[in-house]
Design a binder for this molecule. Structure first.
Ligand SMILES: [Zn+2]
Length: 110
């Protein structure tokens, strides 16, 4: 299996404890926990675009977005605006699922 390579230092990420998956719109990149924090400081202007996907904050966002997506797409709340919000929320849900399937699942838990 291909090793998961950190996008910042280009070294292998060995377990889930040091992994941060970050997404910028629909792109997902893996980072070491420390590297993501370093990158955060260096690219203060860009960093707002890169949001961590995994971890507690990511999981809470995932749940909120999932509920929002189902609510907006399954009902007629806010009409077309509601549908658009639902699609954006669905995009965030897909990113979270993709992060898990493509990156997190391959790394051993500690
Ligand atoms: Zn790294």
């Amino acid at each position: 299996m291909k090793p998961t390579i950190c996008r910042y230092c280009h070294k292998e990420i060995k377990n889930r404890d040091e992994l941060v998956t970050a997404s910028n719109w629909l792109r997902i990149h893996p980072f070491h926990y420390v590297c993501f924090n370093k990158k955060d400081k260096e690219t203060a202007t860009i960093h707002t675009a890169w949001r961590p996907v995994n971890g507690t904050a990511g999981n809470i966002t995932f749940l909120i977005m999932l509920v929002l997506a189902i609510w907006m797409l399954a009902t007629n709340t806010w009409g077309i605006i509601g549908d658009l919000i639902g699609l954006v929320a669905l995009g965030r849900v897909m990113v979270r699922v993709a992060s898990f399937l493509w990156i997190e699942r391959k790394l051993p838990k500690v």
